[in-house]
Design a protein around this ligand. Sequence first.
Ligand code: PLP
Length: 398
Amino acid sequence: MLSSAIQRIKPSPTIAVTNKAAELKAAGRDIIGLGAGEPDFDTPDFVKEAAIAAIRAGDTKYTAVDGTPALKKAIAAKFRRDNGLDYGLDQITVNSGGKHTIFNAMLATLDVGDEVVIPAPYWVSYPDIVMLAGAMPVVVPCPVEQEFKLRPEQLEAAITPRTKWLIFNSPSNPTGAAYSKAEVAALAEVLLRHPHVMILADDIYEHIVYDDFQFATLAQVEPKLLDRTLTMNGASKAYAMTGWRIGYAGGPAWLIKAMAKLQSQSTSNPCSVSMAATVAALNGDQSFLADRNAAFVKRRDLVVKMLNDTPGLRCPTPEGAFYVYPDCAGLLGKTTPSGNILTSDEDVAAYLLDAEGVAVVHGAAFGLSPAFRISYATSDAVLEDACGRIQRAVAALR
Ligand code: PLP
């Protein structure tokens, strides 16, 4: 018999779409998968070389549970350099991927009955991690009309005496929306009035921003929140290292210590070789980030234009990450060539896959409908083909 905890959660829907697309492809169908949340770029060579050198040097044994001193030092330097934040080594944790960082933080702090404020659309794993811990996600809808961003008055209204955390993700998965310094400051003002609320700042897309957008993390914008903020980040997105599984965070020493205790009884240290690679990634020349962003921004513009040229879709231009989240309210109620009426974004996603072989993730998975998420971390040619197929599928609706 399964535990009640495992029965409270569902498998990750983004992973499900990626798997389904792979299955159909293997069965011979012409499929374009736009579901996966990972850069199509390769891990930089200098990072791979550092990993190979680490293996040769024998860095292949258990390490300190929540990160090697070398990596913690590199992370402290990164927080200072990029975010103006001064964390001691006892205020830094390293984990097996950003998801693991969030998991540890939630499991170490949440009790049954606690509430966690999560603006929607949200990254799919937040509510499930919270529910696994026995706590309750308090989902705050942030629709396209407000550019998918949480407003201060919404935050104020969502906080109760039971609120333990706000999960704050900028730039956002799934919308790409990023909060300006002024927008972060306005939310910080609300948080200052509620000293019992902790904040998880998920900065994993920090380096993937466009059009001179200036990223600023919460604890930097409002230093008075530093002692109750967990500033979380990771190697996955910026350095195209999704498979290496390294996430990390800076935060108050009591929380970092509790997370290490949990990790000591579960996964132990993150992969030693991946940690050595991440030291190189963080300490190395960062100039390739700008080259990659230049490629991403071209793709963003291509996708946003083609989607907005499609009647029934409405796609804001995101400031960061590599996702767009077109609203598809204009497609609901329409009939497909085979006679099905589209009643939800799940229907729309199923239709796009069935009719034209384009795999996207339906908005309900991210808590805000009707919409779907496209990951544009793939080549211009594939994106042009995919958006052309979406246009064709939409034109065939009655
Ligand atoms: N946070 C957000 C918003 C994400 O989109 C992801 C990955 O998709 C993660 C955290 C976790 O990244 P990983 O566990 O792959 O390091």
